[in-house]
Design a protein around this ligand. Structure first.
Ligand SMILES: *[C@@H]1O[C@H](CO)[C@@H](O)[C@H](O)[C@H]1NC(C)=O
Length: 471
């Protein structure tokens, strides 16, 4: 079935009309070949961006968004290979790519639609991962990526590193892990780091909360991070790119600030801007799929891509359910992502009472929407193949046909139908005639980060245990 805007016929689509071709080469095939040849280049593109004025820390009050720097500046390009890092900003494009740029590439977009047979067809996936102060969760993220059974040489990874705090080493670790992964040495590296930590006795108290998580959950995690691993596990990905660009932060450090509903709206718009920037920079005509994934997921089925794709004859965007474990004294587990929902009469009525620019945020008393949240209709025994149609989606894990973005949908960085970012992406995508699916009983698990209160309760319980033992 064709939608407006897709290429209707098997005609060639010249992308670089200015160049006279000497030969018609499909540069893409060549690239695939290169990956297979196992000499792996991680290309790091650093879009260095002039920092906004130093006033954003001090004036942490919420203003409108006009102070956000919308200007891009100098572009830095680094090639990372097994031999190290190469700055190619001065010489411009590397020689090899220069040659490729002279070739004309033809794409008939009808071939890049995405369908349930994508894996067998060799359809390529763009994996987009936004990161901020993510140093700690990078090992989880990489283990989850390695665990993907979709052929790694069909996946291009695009990381976006933005607005990290001083002293955070997301960029360094990301580079290190990316190179190791592409060399097939990441598993050793991560295992090595883990045993080094253990030897230093660093586990101990910081992981105390593990004793309070449900036993079956903890065992499941242990198994998920232990051998045997499947064949694809240590294979390099088709490419890895790292984009670095700051988008500014609107949020002051105060707790109340962070939770104010208005701040949430502005925060979501900034995140929308970051996502849009990443996808516009990284999406290529040969991508059939885009998979958005947050870094702080603990476990997720290895075949999540293939599985979500199974629903693509009827749906264009597909999301799993996202839960997180809880200490047993808090009830074992909990819905995590409340942004995937089915619109309600009450929600629509509520929107009519709001200003055009107001953003409805789920989970706040100010905005009683009475919507059905994907997270709340999950059951342990539920049919994993059950599907519900959604209106809003959360950003933790979104599989989307690439054509959804190609045809102009995005993560609105302004208020659209009283929503922003991923929820507005849902509304916008649906308005454009696409269909969105949520799988209520197919679950991925977000990490549990103990709150201050939880930590207090845990140390109280620990003291009690010790007293009991001493008696
Ligand atoms: C890896 O995939 C397996 C099989 O789907 C799954 O059971 C396991 O939890 C996954 N591991 C991680 C770290 O998510």
């Amino acid at each position: 079935m064709l939608r407006f805007g897709e290429h209707p016929k098997k005609t060639d689509l010249p992308l670089h009309q200015d160049f006279k071709p000497k030969k018609k080469t499909v540069a893409e095939k060549r690239r695939l070949y290169k990956v297979g040849a196992s000499v792996l280049a991680v290309i790091i593109i650093l879009f260095l961006w002039l920092k906004p004025g130093s006033n954003d820390e001090s004036s942490s009050t919420i203003q409108d968004e006009t102070f956000i720097n919308t200007q891009d500046s100098e572009v830095k390009i680094y090639d990372i290979t097994a031999d190290g890092i190469q700055d190619v900003s001065e010489t411009g494009v590397p020689k090899e790519s220069e040659k490729e740029a002279l070739d004309i590439e033809y794409y008939d977009l009808i071939d890049y639609q995405g369908n349930p047979q994508s894996k067998a067809n060799g359809d390529k996936v763009l994996l987009c991962v936004p990161l901020r102060d993510a140093e700690k969760v990078l090992p989880l993220l990489f283990r989850n990526m390695m665990n993907m059974t979709y052929y790694h040489n069909l996946i291009d990874i695009a990381f976006l590193v933005s607005d990290c705090s001083k002293g955070d080493r997301t960029m360094e670790k990301l580079t290190e892990y990316s190179i190791a992964m592409q060399q097939g040495k990441l598993l050793e590296l991560l295992d090595g780091e883990k045993s080094a930590l253990k030897a230093k006795g660093m586990k101990g108290s910081s992981d105390l909360y593990l004793h309070y998580l449900p036993e079956d959950y903890v065992n499941n995690v242990k198994a998920a991070y232990s051998p045997p691993y499947h064949e694809e596990y240590t294979k390099p990905f088709r490419s890895v790119q790292i984009y670095q660009k700051d988008f500014g932060q609107v949020i002051g450090q105060g707790f109340s600030d962070r939770h104010d509903v208005k701040v949430q709206g502005i925060r979501r718009k900034l995140m929308g801007r970051a996502r849009n920037w990443l996808i516009t920079s990284a999406l290529k005509p040969y991508h059939s799929w885009v998979y958005w994934r947050d870094a702080d997921i603990e476990t997720s089925p290895g075949d999540i891509l293939e599985n979500l794709m199974r629903f693509s004859s009827s749906y264009d965007v597909i999301v799993p359910n996202v839960w997180r474990p809880l200490p047993t004294f808090l009830g074992d587990k909990q819905p995590y992502d409340l942004n995937s929902w089915i619109e309600s009469e009450e929600g629509l009525k509520l929107a009519q009472t709001l200003d055009e620019d107001d953003v409805i945020v789920e989970g706040y008393a100010q905005y009683p929407t009475w919507r059905v949240h994907l997270a709340y209709i999950r059951s342990d025994e539920g049919d994993k193949d059950e599907v519900v149609e959604l209106d809003g989606v959360g950003g933790v894990s979104i599989l989307s046909k690439a054509k959804v973005f190609r045809q102009g949908s995005n993560f609105p960085a302004f208020t659209f139908l009283n929503h922003a970012e991923t929820e507005a992406f849902g509304k916008l995508t649906k308005k454009m005639g696409f269909k969105i699916a949520g799988l209520p009983h197919y679950t991925i698990w977000h990490i549990y980060e103990p709150s201050e209160d939880d930590l207090l309760e845990i140390s109280r319980l620990e003291r009690k245990k010790r007293r009991y033992r001493n008696d």
